[in-house]
Ligand binder design. Structure first.
Ligand SMILES: *[C@@H]1O[C@H](CO)[C@@H](O)[C@H](O)[C@H]1NC(C)=O
Ligand SMILES: *[C@@H]1O[C@H](CO)[C@@H](O)[C@H](O)[C@H]1NC(C)=O
Ligand SMILES: *[C@@H]1O[C@H](CO)[C@@H](O)[C@H](O)[C@H]1NC(C)=O
Ligand SMILES: *[C@@H]1O[C@H](CO)[C@@H](O)[C@H](O)[C@H]1NC(C)=O
Ligand SMILES: *[C@@H]1O[C@H](CO)[C@@H](O)[C@H](O)[C@H]1NC(C)=O
Ligand SMILES: *[C@@H]1O[C@H](CO)[C@@H](O)[C@H](O)[C@H]1NC(C)=O
Length: 452
């Protein structure tokens, strides 16, 4: 059995170096009220039922999160109703919310409905068909509300990985509007209940790369009008790489596969920052080196790293398993401050991962970009002290309360790491350059309005 994230993180990196569409305007400054959520924000964790054997719900330190996602259930491709989980999982689903709330009553729980990783093509075809038909949308929406309420959830999330055509995108917009209308109607007729939260887990950038349809953007207005927020998958960029590479860099001056690119693309497209929640991985990417002596970034690899106990997948290693290697004297660790990433090698094993220091910098970026929050994927991979979840939560509070300290004095244009001497002026690079410059302007404007 492969956990859901395995397939998500192997899908993201399909194609590199496609041209960038124009970056324009400062639309994203609209629509954020003062109560944008800070400093409480959204500090979310995804929990996978696959991890229950080593990370049961009862072991979660719920004080570190504002929202916990059950990730995930799928829906039936013949009836289009959200499927109750397989029998061995239904008791986990039923107990999730009450177990979480027994420790922290204020933590909200959200049921994520996603593409079925065992049959991606069938499942995505079903999403596409369902979204295109008014009656099927109604069946899907009603069953999602019923399943969430029946199991005590406070919200619903959709993780369709990914819409593949412009028609899918248009239909997605219609689906979200009807879903929101149904949720408001349901809460009005059931006056004891707050409306369910409605979120979506989406591609790292507003534009999808490597799809048959090369002009594929998310429907920003429908998303921002109908969702409480979106979670973007800002990690897992380089699963298919045959050279060592950092898998979730904050910055990358040579490609658009970076956290900062993804966040800026959503803001530039007009999503208000107070509706954007940024993903942070609790897994590392592992390879075997072809030659132990060549162990920097960009070194040839022989194969994906061995399957680990927790991830149960080659090439993926949980943070807690990374920590086990870090305690070994033969491990050599490097912090790469250009990309903001960490990697280590031990013999012929090479791993890139998000350390506590990396997470701190990513949270600083999220707060400075005035995002609503962050989510951790998935919390069962943290160590038994919840080291990364704690770091993220503490950094969020520190920065959100204005604690930038000396880093702020450096000026906001530090914010897009940009090494001009490494740019050669091909047409792609010119587009990248204009993109980065307009992003700098956007961020300068945002920060100036905050700090003046
Ligand atoms: C690990 O993955 C294999 C298939 O690659 C599967 O047969 C096995 O059941 C999985 N183990 C667990 C504990 O999920
Ligand atoms: C969904 O539920 C609403 C409210 O109960 C009902 O009016 C509507 O007919 C239902 N739609 C479908 C397709 O079952
Ligand atoms: C990696 O793959 C690329 C393209 O598939 C190929 O051109 C390159 O030679 C490969 N590099 C190594 C080290 O295998
Ligand atoms: C990277 O770290 C070095 C050494 O600490 C420091 O001098 C340099 O300014 C840093 N570079 C960036 C881009 O932060
Ligand atoms: C957890 O914290 C305790 C106390 O600080 C420490 O002794 C232990 O090594 C830590 N465990 C892990 C897995 O980090
Ligand atoms: C910029 O990139 C060039 C070429 O990759 C490198 O030699 C140089 O050290 C980099 N400068 C900084 C400040 O990182």
């Amino acid at each position: 059995m492969e956990p859901a994230w395995c397939f998500i993180i192997s899908l993201i990196p399909l194609v590199e170096f496609l041209s960038i569409t124009s970056a324009s305007g400062l639309k994203s400054q609209q629509q954020c009220s003062d109560s944008g959520g800070m400093p409480a924000g959204v500090r979310a964790g995804y929990w996978s039922p696959f991890s229950s054997r080593y990370s049961p719900v009862s072991s979660i330190d719920t004080s570190l999160y504002t929202h916990l996602y059950y990730s995930s259930v799928s829906f039936d491709e013949t009836s289009y109703a959200v499927a109750p989980p397989p029998t061995d999982e239904s008791s986990l689903l039923a107990a999730f919310s009450s177990t979480v709330k027994s420790g922290s009553p204020s933590v909200k729980t959200i049921l994520s409905i996603g593409t079925d990783e065992y049959k991606v093509d069938v499942s995505n075809a079903a999403f596409s068909r369902m979204a295109s038909d008014k009656n099927l949308r109604g069946v899907f929406i009603n069953s999602s509300v019923e399943l969430a309420r029946a199991n005590g959830f406070d919200g619903i999330d959709m993780s369709w990985i990914f819409p593949a055509t412009q028609m899918d995108m248009e239909n997605l917009g219609v689906l979200l509007a009807e879903w929101r209308a149904r949720i408001m109607e349901e809460s009005a007729t059931n006056s004891l209940s707050e409306p369910l939260l409605l979120t979506a887990t989406l591609y790292f950038s507003n534009h999808l790369f490597g799809m048959p349809d090369s002009n594929l953007d998310y429907p920003i207005d429908d998303i921002s009008n109908n969702l409480d927020w979106v979670n973007i998958l800002t990690f897992g960029f380089h699963g298919g790489s045959n050279v060592t590479t950092v898998d979730a860099p904050l910055y990358d001056t040579t490609s658009h596969f970076s956290v900062s690119y993804g966040v800026i693309s959503w803001l530039d497209a007009g999503l208000p920052p107070c509706k954007l929640v940024m993903g942070i991985p609790l897994f590392g990417r592992s390879w075997f080196l072809r030659n132990k002596a060549k162990n920097g970034i960009g070194s040839p690899t022989a194969a994906a790293g061995t399957k680990q106990r927790k991830s149960n997948q080659t090439g993926i290693i949980a943070y807690t398993e990374v920590e086990d290697y870090m305690n070994s004297a033969s491990t050599v660790v490097t912090y790469d401050n250009q990309s903001v990433a960490e990697y280590f090698y031990n013999g012929d094993l090479w791993v890139s991962f998000d350390s506590a220091q990396v997470v701190q910098h990513k949270i600083e970026f999220a707060v400075r970009s005035q995002l609503l929050g962050y989510f951790l994927w998935t919390i069962g991979f943290d160590d038994s002290n919840s080291t990364i979840s704690k770091q993220a939560s503490e950094s969020w509070h520190q920065y959100a309360q204005g604690g930038f300290g000396t880093m702020h004095a450096g000026g906001s244009n530090q914010y897009v790491a940009f090494n001009s001497s490494s740019v050669s002026f091909g047409s792609w690079h010119l587009k990248m350059l204009s993109y980065l410059l307009s992003s700098v302007l956007l961020l300068v404007t945002l920060f100036d309005s905050e700090y003046q």
